[in-house]
Design a protein around this ligand. Structure first.
Ligand SMILES: NC(=O)c1ccc[n+]([C@@H]2O[C@H](COP(=O)([O-])OP(=O)(O)OC[C@H]3O[C@@H](n4cnc5c(N)ncnc54)[C@H](O)[C@@H]3O)[C@@H](O)[C@H]2O)c1
Length: 306
């Protein structure tokens, strides 16, 4: 199989590149290094090709989608704070960049486009979150991703290009350094606590997240690339389990041999999400997806890799 991974030098993208190379696929990674870094994919560059460029470049996308079987679209302004200073550019990257990718994929007869959406779209819906719930994006980032879900579905309905949107919960794992302040809470807390610093927790720490290890997300992508009856669908990817931030701190204390107390601060953002948990019924049914990593196992993988 020949695959294009957009955002391939980023966190999830680099793990996708690694998995595709591992199983012997031909891989091209596209990244403009906004957050991605060459070192994330450096070990795989004997087999994979890394192209520096933007998903806004329609000509480049036309060239890179030639003879491609599957596109894994990860490139994005990938976090809500990126939309606060200036709105047009991150929305353009997420929405117009996606349209250009769809168009190039259609022109070149790409078999399927699997694209990263976000569970942020669910806002403060009661958990567990099901794909057929009414959603109301709580921020501009989520709104841009919801637009992409609709664009992807319509592209399939109108033009027959197979698209699948995966709504990731909170993804954590090795190689989040390049994301810095945008990294998952597991990594942020781990970095602080390893240095003996108390983790800063918004609110009282009872809020929960469905923390999913990056290799599970990669596997969901690979399944979505092959599964039947998924074109035009939106599918949750997570663990189906909730961990509170207080529990996360406890686990990290135990694993690092520390006794650091959280430093609780006032929640500084509007529309903060208090609980997150995926309903995985659809992922199980359509993809045969089952999360394989528990939280402690995932944290051990990060510690091993660093
Ligand atoms: N990590 C999570 O918890 C999570 C949760 C839900 C959804 N997502 C989505 O998953 C995808 C991957 O996220 P991630 O955590 O790996 O973030 P990331 O920021 O590490 O990855 C995105 C990559 O896209 C690249 N990029 C940005 N603009 C680009 C452009 N114009 N052209 C080409 N490349 C560009 C960045 O340099 C980066 O390498 C994103 O679409 C994100 O919105 C992530």
């Amino acid at each position: 199989m020949r695959a294009l991974v957009t955002g391939g030098a980023g966190f999830v993208g680099s793990h996708l590149v690694e998995a595709l190379v591992e199983r012997g696929d031909e891989v091209v990674a596209l990244d403009n290094f906004f957050l991605g870094r060459k070192e994330n994919v450096a070990p795989f560059l004997k087999e994979a090709e890394l192209v520096r460029g933007s998903v806004m470049d329609a000509g480049l996308l036309r060239r890179l989608t030639r003879d491609v079987d599957v596109v894994f679209h990860q490139a994005a302004a990938s976090s809500s704070p990126m939309f606060l200073k200036e709105l047009e550019e991150p929305v353009a990257v997420n929405v117009v960049g996606f349209i250009r990718l769809l168009e190039a994929s259609r022109e070149n007869g790409v078999g399927r486009v699997v694209h990263a959406s976000t569970s942020s779209i669910y806002g403060n819906n009661p958990v567990p979150w099901r794909e057929d719930m009414r959603v109301e994006p709580p921020n501009f980032y989520a709104a841009s991703k919801l637009a992409c879900e609709h664009l992807g579905r319509l592209y399939f309905q109108e033009h027959g290009l197979e698209t699948v949107a995966l709504r990731y919960m909170s993804v954590y794992g090795p190689r989040e350094k390049s994301k810095g302040e945008y990294a998952n809470l597991v990594s942020q807390f781990l970095w602080w606590m390893r240095d003996g610093k108390r983790p800063v927790v918004w609110g009282d720490g009872t809020q929960t997240r469905d923390l999913v290890y990056v290799r599970d997300v990669v596997r969901a992508n690979l399944l979505a690339a092959k599964a039947k009856r998924v074109a035009g669908e939106v599918i949750n990817v997570g663990t189906g389990k909730e961990t509170s931030l207080n529990e996360l701190v406890e686990i990290l204390n135990r694993m690092l041999g520390k006794r650091l107390k959280p430093r609780y601060v006032r929640i500084p953002v509007k529309n903060y999400i208090f609980r997150q948990r995926a309903d995985l019924t659809k992922a199980r049914k359509l993809l045969g997806y089952e999360p394989a990593y528990g939280l402690e196992e995932g944290i051990r993988e990060i510690l091993r890799a660093s």
